[in-house]
Ligand binder design. Structure first.
Ligand SMILES: *Cc1c(COP(=O)(O)O)cnc(C)c1O
Length: 615
């Protein structure tokens, strides 16, 4: 069927940005030695690692940083733009140590800096920003946080604190008057009247949570001038929201912010030299052509920004400012892949091995046996119709008491089989009927992972993430699939959506493993993930690929069960002692059996909470 054929590569050409390719039936990294993800996974699992695995690929972060800088540099050259381009990484998008390590190390050639939105992130930025790179600070700040900003400036960091309101400017002035530390650069977040687009658009617009109105901006300049601090004002900033689907609102925001910048220059803000356009650059998450998530490319994005700012400055005769971006999602989304083993396929209860025929079967059942055996490409649609018809009659016969439960069970298994085979064999007809059959026949794949922990934006915002098997990619998947996670919460499910169908393979898990990969999960998912049912972060590894192979480093195992309990405030030894005492008090046939049981308990508590015995 057409829909299926479209899914043969799982939309790789739409979402993967050439980062991955399919070869020999497996998905591989499209880089240097091109290892397959299955091989890396099996390599890691060979040392008894169980449960979900998060792989980080630093070369994909480098690729994004390089792309961002090169497109802006290209636009600057093309437009004879006089300002420079700078970028910082907003830590809120991924603060995990091995992600930040990859970001800062891959970004050194570009002088790539960090953005902080809280005290903890500012401390992280102060300790991890490579020397000479920028730090920008956004979000609500108290006097302590401002003082930290002064300390950062005094330690030699190139830091800009963006004020979100006049109160924050007063706090900066207070700190400046109270201590002799170097004053950081000051930025002003402007409250734009043009709003953003996309799910996260609340960051822009008149009713936005952040930013100064034009009246407040004039007041801020007066205040700074009176305090003799106007030279510290270097930047204006806006951020219209994450995952911008449409470029039009950004253009409106740029016109507005550009004019504010030019007006401020005319008011004599001689040190003002930068416009910070925030983040929002979108990532393609969709696997189906009709559902693409953005209407622009990085080329159009960078060209529009540079062209529009240049045009406004030229018209107002103001020199071109430096341009800052704080794109986060665009930089890190692609670097992480979540791998989940499949534990179970639920409709195995219709398995052929459960057929149990009698020496003499009802004639209609004999008919079904015949249809099942003789089904082929040419007759599959016709035989399918016959089978469905027979099923109706058999059910009626059952209601009237003419066939027994075993006959009915045999009939259900056979018809299920015929439907499955017909869907698989049929390559010529794409009918509504078959599409509906597919939904009815959907298979539930139980994955060893928690959606709440690893794909929280699916749960919270219905954000789709590209998903596909790591192997079997040279055979056609024909099972309409829904995915269930191992939390005991019914929201832990990614249902089958006929509009954006997912097809997977029919695998006998007793004979082989089956792994699914979720892609583009490197932005926001890790810190937003929650320990619902006490499932913690997956096992995590950083993979460096070179010309001859790959190196797996920075292993962080999922928390073990006792540590999970300790992390929410329980006393580990109290729990351990209670369990041991209770067990010791009970009867065992031998002393050895008791010791063995206690040893087993010890082992279990030191393993992570994901399922082990099956996959
Ligand atoms: C969240 C945020 C960003 C990052 O946005 P992305 O959509 O991830 O690029 C940048 N700047 C500010 C001020 C933010 O709040």
């Amino acid at each position: 069927m057409n829909t299926m054929n479209n899914m043969n590569n799982y939309g790789l050409d739409i979402w993967s940005n050439n980062n991955f390719i399919i070869e020999d039936g497996q998905i591989k990294l499209n880089y240097k030695s091109m290892p397959s993800i299955l091989q890396i996974t099996e390599d890691i699992r060979s040392s008894d690692v169980k449960g979900p695995i998060l792989l980080r690929f630093p070369h994909l972060i480098k690729k994004q940083i390089k792309t961002l800088y090169s497109y802006f540099d290209k636009a600057i050259t093309k437009n004879s733009y006089k300002g420079k381009f700078h970028a910082v990484f907003p830590l809120k998008v991924n603060q995990f140590p091995h992600a930040v390590e990859a970001i800062t190390s891959q970004g050194t050639d570009f002088n790539y800096g960090l953005e902080a939105g809280s005290k903890a992130e500012l401390i992280l930025a102060m300790s991890k920003t490579p020397s000479g790179a920028h730090i920008t600070v956004n979000g609500f700040k108290d006097k302590e946080m401002m003082t930290l900003g002064f300390m950062a400036a005094h330690s030699g960091h190139d830091i800009t604190i963006t004020i979100e309101g006049l109160g924050e400017l007063e706090t900066i002035i207070e700190v400046a008057n109270e201590c002799n530390l170097k004053v950081p650069n000051i930025g002003i977040r402007v409250r734009l009247h043009s709003a953003g687009s996309g799910t996260w658009a609340k960051s822009g617009g008149m009713d936005a949570k952040f930013g100064l109105t034009s009246t407040e901006i004039i007041e801020a300049v007066t205040l700074l001038r009176n305090e003799d601090m106007l030279d510290n004002l270097t930047m204006i900033h806006f951020h219209i929201g994450s995952q911008m689907s449409d470029i039009a609102p950004l253009k409106r925001a740029l016109r507005e912010a550009g004019n504010i910048y030019a007006e401020l220059k005319k008011m004599g803000t001689s040190s003002l030299n930068s416009i910070n356009i925030g983040g929002g650059l979108a990532v393609e998450y969709d696997q189906h052509t009709h559902a693409r998530s953005r209407n622009y490319s990085i080329d159009e994005f960078s060209s529009s920004v540079v062209f529009l700012i240049g045009e406004i400055m030229n018209a107002k005769n103001v020199s071109h400012p430096d341009i800052f971006t704080e794109s986060g999602r665009f930089i890190v989304a692609s670097h992480a892949v979540l791998i989940t083993p499949v534990l179970e396929l639920f409709t195995q209860d219709y398995h052929e091995r459960l057929l149990s025929f009698k020496p003499v079967n009802p004639p209609l059942l004999e008919e079904l046996i015949y249809l099942d055996k003789q089904l082929n490409n040419a007759n599959c649609v016709e035989y399918l119709h016959d089978a469905l018809d027979h099923m109706e009659s058999l059910l009626t016969l059952f209601d009237l008491g003419y066939i027994d439960l075993q006959d009915r069970s045999n009939a259900e298994i056979l018809v299920h089989n015929i439907m499955k085979k017909a869907l698989y064999l049929n390559t010529t007809y794409s009918t509504n009927e078959l599409a509906q059959l597919q939904v009815r026949l959907q298979e539930r794949y139980l994955i060893n992972a928690s959606i709440f922990q690893s794909l929280p934006d699916y749960w919270g915002l219905n954000q789709h993430f590209p998903v596909m098997p790591l192997h079997h990619l040279n055979s056609t998947p024909f099972r309409a699939a829904s995915l269930w996670d191992i939390t005991c919460d019914s929201d832990g499910e990614i249902g089958f959506d006929p509009e954006k169908p997912l097809y997977l393979h029919d695998i006998n898990l007793d004979e082989e493993e089956y792994y699914l990969g979720f892609f583009n999960v490197g932005a926001y998912q890790e810190t937003l993930g929650m320990n619902h049912n006490l499932f913690t972060h997956p096992n995590e590894y950083t993979v460096y690929i070179d010309d001859t192979g790959y190196k797996v480093t920075n292993g962080v195992e999922s928390k073990n069960i006792l540590d999970i309990l300790a992390s929410i405030g329980y006393d580990k030894s109290e729990i351990l002692n209670k369990l041991k005492t209770d067990l010791s008090k009970s009867e065992f046939s031998t002393e050895k059996e008791k010791d063995d049981t206690l040893a087993k308990l010890n082992t279990f508590l030191k393993q992570n909470g994901y399922l082990r015995t099956t996959n």
